[in-house]
Ligand binder design. Structure first.
Ligand code: NAG
Ligand code: NAG
Ligand code: NAG
Length: 295
């Protein structure tokens, strides 16, 4: 082999290595870290999906925003309205910074679903006794599916270890018979024992589908957040729709907010929590269409 070919080979090897190093920090997915926990619904856990740095970063973004909105509410005298909301969570806008964008790339690589089909990431903090009652992530009303269509998949990332409780449980999941050895059950709370459950571990991520492959909603995807018994639980949720969530729907050329607080409410998740007021319908438009990006 001539010196020229040798050094060419060497170059190819070198650039392959550097490409690997460059990509590995954010968007390389390792399928051997994924385990399937149920087929009905289709649900999977990825161990160590987020790095320590990514977990810390998301929590610190959420803390800053929660503090900011608490102060803003105090100043505008709207504290009563938002006390409930600030404790339930806030949203981190898509591609907010390099780290958030890297996490979104990774989610896209893992789920095989395009980045633009995702909503902003929802951050939730649960303290002692707080829970999320059983619910579906898919919607049945027209308002909520106006943007991006149905939610088809959810990626729930755990940002903290929870000493006791705080599991995500699928109460009507069909459990594969080989799972659930009694020993494994021991550190689950009573709530978690009522179905197929995932214990929150810092950095792990749960992916489940709310629609069957034929796009029909899957009632087995009913899920709940068990009460936190000991410790504090932080999570980040990415909902992914069947269509782009960034695409603007029919625009009448009059895209305005009707209230000065719209942007802040949108950041607190009101577009999803309170769509009748915020988004409305074609016949009866809501008050914050601009901030909710529906026009
Ligand atoms: C809100 O305002 C009250 C007095 O107006 C003050 O005592 C309280 O500390 C403020 N809370 C925050 C979170 O700024
Ligand atoms: C835009 O909407 C506002 C509020 O509904 C209304 O007052 C205004 O007349 C509209 N403007 C146009 C050009 O349709
Ligand atoms: C905005 O909403 C707040 C709270 O509902 C309300 O008190 C205020 O009057 C609204 N402002 C306008 C301009 O409608």
């Amino acid at each position: 082999m001539s010196t020229v070919t040798l050094s060419l080979h060497f170059l190819v090897v070198l650039s392959t290595i550097s490409l690997f190093i460059h990509v590995s920090s954010s968007s390389i997915i390792n399928p051997s870290k994924v385990k399937q926990i149920s087929w009905k619904p289709r649900a999977f856990v990825y161990e160590g999906f987020l790095t320590e740095l990514e977990c810390d970063h998301l929590i610190s973004l959420a803390k800053t925003e929660l503090k900011r909105s608490a102060v803003a509410d105090n100043l505008s005298g709207e504290s009563k309205l938002s006390e409930v909301r600030t404790s339930s969570g806030m949203f981190i806008s898509k591609g907010k910074d390099v780290i958030v964008s890297g996490i979104e790339d990774k989610i896209s690589t893992w789920t095989f679903l395009p980045k633009e089909n995702g909503e902003d990431m929802q951050m939730l903090r649960y303290e002692h006794g707080q829970k999320y009652d059983p619910h579906y992530d898919y919607f049945v009303d027209k308002v909520n599916i106006a943007r991006g269509g149905h939610r088809m998949a959810t990626v729930l990332m755990y940002l903290s270890d929870v000493t006791k409780g705080g599991e995500t449980v699928f109460p009507v999941a069909e459990e594969p018979p080989r799972r659930r050895t009694p020993a494994k059950n021991d550190d689950f709370s009573e709530c978690a024992k009522k179905g197929v459950a995932v214990k929150p571990r810092r950095g792990d991520a749960l992916l489940f589908f709310s629609l069957h492959p034929d796009a029909v909603p899957d009632p087995n995807s009913l899920h709940a957040g068990c009460p936190v018994i000991e410790g504090e639980k932080w999570s980040a949720t990415k909902w992914i729709h069947v269509d782009s969530f960034d695409k603007n729907v029919a625009n009448s050329g009059n895209c305005t907010d009707q209230n000065e607080s719209c942007e802040r409410w949108a950041n607190l998740g009101e577009c999803t929590n309170n769509p009748e007021y915020m988004v409305g319908t074609a016949e009866l438009p809501g008050y914050c269409r601009r901030s909710c990006k529906v026009c």
